[in-house]
Design a binder for this molecule. Structure first.
Ligand SMILES: Cc1cc2nc3c(=O)[nH]c(=O)nc-3n(C[C@H](O)[C@H](O)[C@H](O)COP(=O)(O)OP(=O)(O)OC[C@H]3O[C@@H](n4cnc5c(N)ncnc54)[C@H](O)[C@@H]3O)c2cc1C
Length: 409
């Protein structure tokens, strides 16, 4: 059973086989797999709990509907982990509130129909056999809350959402790693005792002391660039604020609906305990500094509602009667890379330093990404097979991203 605690001078670990920096879902999943591989693993988290920064601000969805092979390679096995979570973590009955209510990517633009059909064909090539292309009639028959303007969609019933809190805690509990809370990494130590005399990782300095180790994984979410600089690296990352709002329960919200995305307006909503999450992935939001506190735009929920009404007219009646206390906004940051796909794997300039960062969909990719790190650290995976290696830009092996809903065109 993993130990989650705020260390004192008496129980602060001074050595570890591997140190993970960052206790969001990505770091905790990584620590889970590293400890499962037999490594004495320590995770340091600067805040006073696991999963308290970006992860709880997501809308907690997962999908197999990717068109980029490297993303599908992470997403599909990750979904299997979510679907068999109690068994994977070894805690019978453990519940992550998995819901298979589906993902619906809908459009009212006839010019996008070919793209949607092509996306479903690409899903097939990537091993996703149960996504569907829906034309106007299918769409309205299956999802009668949609506007008659909708012309087509892709849909997969088995996509859905889960509790990120339970998933993160489950990975921690099911591991044998130690999770140090209120412990901030402040520096990466290096020495030349690596094969070939290269200047590589020798430890992690924290606000509570130094942990000697030969393996460090940077899973610091929006702060991954800051942690990279501690190792002397300039990682290609950009942070962009993403807001969302929870709308209190309303009878008009169809509770059996899937996550419904309007591909033209860049807005989406999904039901949640009688209410709903609503969001707009504003393509013009500028990159900013990594932050723990993010400002909220007072008019954001109104803008989202206005855009949602377009394909989901039932929102109009709700918007008309909405009181301020019905709207609960929040924000987190997406971490973008040049190809909008994460950085996963060792950084050759600094032996022993690994990255697992650069996510705008880190919840749904975290189980397999964490496993991949463990497989790379232990030599189970050939680094050349890892399409998400951070050296891919220099190597020219980038597969251009064209996934829907990533927020960049
Ligand atoms: C509005 C919104 C909706 C989203 N919806 C989805 C969705 O439906 N599905 C999906 O898959 N993804 C979604 N995402 C993206 C998803 O939330 C993130 O990709 C994911 O949570 C990233 O997890 P993480 O562990 O990398 O980051 P985080 O959860 O931010 O964790 C990083 C941790 O590192 C810690 N840290 C940083 N620096 C240090 C340091 N120096 N020392 C110690 N600790 C440090 C931080 O305190 C933090 O706890 C959404 C994001 C937003 C904002």
């Amino acid at each position: 059973m993993g130990k989650i605690f705020t260390p004192t001078a008496d129980d602060f670990p001074t050595t570890a086989d591997a140190v993970v920096i960052g206790g969001g879902i990505v770091g905790v999943a990584t620590a889970f797999w590293l400890s499962r591989a037999g490594l004495d693993t320590v995770l340091v988290e600067m805040r006073d709990g696991l999963s308290t920064l970006t992860t709880p601000n997501s809308i907690e969805c997962f999908r197999a509907q990717f068109t980029e092979p490297p993303m599908a390679e992470l997403a599909l096995p990750s979904i299997k982990v979510f679907e068999n979570f109690a068994e994977v973590i070894g805690l019978p009955g453990y519940d992550i509130s998995l819901s298979h209510q589906g993902y619906l990517f809908a459009t009212d633009d006839p010019g996008m129909v070919d793209d949607l059909q092509a996306a479903v064909q690409q899903h097939r090539r990537l091993g996703v056999l149960d996504s569907e292309f829906l034309d106007h009639d299918d769409l309205l028959a299956r999802f009668p809350y949609l506007s008659d303007k909708a012309v087509a969609a892709t849909f997969r019933q088995q996509d859905g959402w889960l509790s990120t809190h339970e998933a993160t805690q489950g990975f921690a509990k099911g591991s044998s790693a130690r999770y140090l809370l209120s412990t901030k990494a402040t520096g990466i130590r290096k020495d030349t005792k690596h094969p070939g005399g290269a200047l590589g990782v020798s430890g992690v300095e924290t606000t509570r002391g130094t942990i000697s180790t030969r393996t460090v994984i940077n899973a610091a979410g929006p702060f991954a660039g800051v942690v990279g600089r501690m190792a002397g690296l300039d990682l290609p990352l950009e942070m962009v604020r993403r807001q969302k709002a929870f709308i209190s329960p309303k009878p008009q919200i169809p509770q059996d609906a899937p996550l419904t995305i309007d591909l033209v307006q860049d807005v989406y909503w999904r039901p949640e305990t009688g209410g709903a999450y609503i969001a707009w992935v504003d393509p013009d939001e500028s990159p900013g500094e990594p932050a723990e506190e993010l400002p909220l735009d007072w008019d954001y929920p109104a803008v989202v509602l206005e855009k949602l009404i377009h394909l989901n007219p039932f929102w109009e009646e709700i918007a008309d009667d909405l009181r301020q206390e019905d709207v609960h906004p929040s924000a987190g940051q997406y971490a973008y890379t040049p190809d909008d796909q994460p950085l996963v794997g060792p950084v050759p300039e600094v032996p022993g330093f690994y990255v697992n960062c650069g996510y705008w969909a880190g919840v749904m990719l975290s189980p397999e990404a964490g496993k991949r790190i463990a497989d790379l650290v232990t030599g189970v995976m050939d680094p050349q097979r890892n399409l998400l290696r951070p050296t891919r830009y220099a190597e020219g092996i980038v597969y251009e991203g064209d996934s829907f809903l990533r927020g960049r065109h």
